[in-house]
Design a protein around this ligand. Structure first.
Ligand code: PLP
Length: 418
């Protein structure tokens, strides 16, 4: 048995490695015994504002003193103000917010809302996707985490990815006809007209390798949804709140989805909160139809206060602009590392979300893990998919980023050769 009285997630318990966190500041976190790590992965992609943010901690304390208990139908200022702010961020087409505790629940509820609104039973989601660990969200998920608990919910239709470096259609991005996008419309026709309730897409699939789509991708999918009457759900759990430089990822491509699911950066990890932001057209439907969705901890006061203050920190400290500014720097540094590697590798990214994909044997990946630990660099290393994913807090400075990625480059040279 492992030494701890609780389960570690996504791992066999024996040999699971605990992360003994003690605190942190900005782009750095500290661990028991005095370790200071550069956080190039924002822990679980959620610490967008950075570690040790006193403003958010104080906002939680103030809210706890003022009102700490709530009920799903309760109204209090932080809840109203937060919803208003989220709607403003999403755009004038959106008029209601449904709160959840995290990302999986946001996708669960988006799926339910899509089913209630359209009365259709099928949904489309992609192969290299992650939408959460609850049963419904995991059924939408395409990656390895779905398989151990299959069969999931019925009616999920799997679409190919916008994976330009290894195009599933065998095309080159310079000459392709955006088959990855047109294929989604084809799937709708194949399933029979007006069968699909919603298409769930991460604007940039994150944990599955930062698959940045071509510019036409989202507009083509939007058109296919409109033609069939299917809803388009942007899963912004990872990409939301400036991760790719824009407030939401879909805003790169001048499209409007029907629902937006959020969590992680919403309160930047300082509290557990997620949400579904809902288009006015759908919101109006529930004026006289029952919204059969609910949670005991719907919009908990301390979580609302944390999220509200997080939004203010993003604005006051221009963090989305920092992601836009530093995105090309991150990509340039990764490209330099890629060019030096003697093995097949790809670098890609958007804003402060980037991946280095490397073809290397398991032993090289184990070596990389050890080298990174020695350098106290924290990022998402996924030997299964051959990717290192970078998603630092948006407050990171250029110097911290460049120094950290170059240090990663030394580790990569040792692990993969140069
Ligand atoms: C795109 C995406 N959707 C949903 C989720 C699930 O969010 P949560 O872990 O808060 O349930 C994640 C988590 O990594 C995610 O990356």
């Amino acid at each position: 048995m492992s030494d701890y009285p609780f389960f570690f997630t996504w791992s066999a318990q024996h040999g699971a490695k605990p992360l003994e966190l003690t605190g942190g500041e900005g782009a750095w976190f500290t661990t028991k015994g005095g370790g200071r790590w550069l956080d190039l992965g924002a822990l679980s992609y959620q610490v967008n504002v950075g570690h040790g943010n006193r403003r958010i901690v104080d906002a939680i304390k103030r809210q706890a003193d003022e009102l700490c208990l709530s009920a799903p139908n309760a109204v209090f200022p932080a809840k109203v103000e937060l919803a208003e702010r989220l709607l403003k961020m999403a755009g004038p087409e959106f008029t209601k917010v449904f709160f959840t505790l995290g990302g999986a629940e946001a996708n669960e509820n988006a799926l339910k809302i899509a089913r209630l609104y359209t009365k259709r039973l099928k949904n489309i989601a992609r192969t290299r996707s992650y939408h959460g660990a609850s049963m419904c969200a995991l059924s939408l998920t395409g990656d390895w985490r779905r398989a151990p608990v299959e069969p999931g919910i019925p009616g999920i239709v799997r679409a190919e990815d916008c994976y330009c470096d290894r195009c599933p259609f065998g095309k080159q991005v310079a000459t392709c006809a955006r088959e990855c996008a047109t294929h989604i419309g084809d799937l709708m026709k194949l399933e029979g007209p007006k069968q699909v309730a919603a298409v769930f897409l991460e604007p940039v699939p994150g944990a599955n390798g930062v698959l940045v789509p071509p510019a036409e991708y989202w507009p083509i999918v939007r058109r296919a949804c409109d033609e069939d009457g299917a809803l388009l759900v942007a899963d912004e759990v990872l990409t939301g709140f400036g991760r790719t430089g824009t407030p939401f990822g879909f805003q790169h491509w001048n499209v409007v989805p029907d629902m937006i699911t959020i969590a992680k950066g919403l309160a930047s990890g300082y509290a557990t909160i997620g949400a579904v932001i809902v288009h006015d057209r759908i919101a109006r439907h529930f004026e006289d139809h029952v919204l059969a969705c609910g949670l005991t901890f719907y919009a908990h006061p301390t979580a609302c206060a944390a999220a509200l203050e997080t939004m203010k920190v993003y604005d006051d400290e221009h963090m989305y602009a920092n992601a836009t500014k530093l995105g090309p720097v991150l990509l340039r540094e990764l490209e330099a590392i890629r060019a030096r590697l003697p093995v097949k590798a790809f670098a890609r990214g958007l804003g402060l979300l980037a991946a280095l994909e490397v073809e290397a044997p398991a032993a090289a990946w184990a070596k990389l893990g050890a080298e990174l630990a020695q350098r106290k660099l924290s990022l998402h290393v996924d030997a299964k998919r051959g990717t290192c994913i970078f998603a630092p807090p948006l407050c990171i400075t250029e110097q911290e980023l460049v120094t950290g990625v170059r240090s990663f480059g030394e580790a990569a040279s040792i692990a993969f050769g140069s």
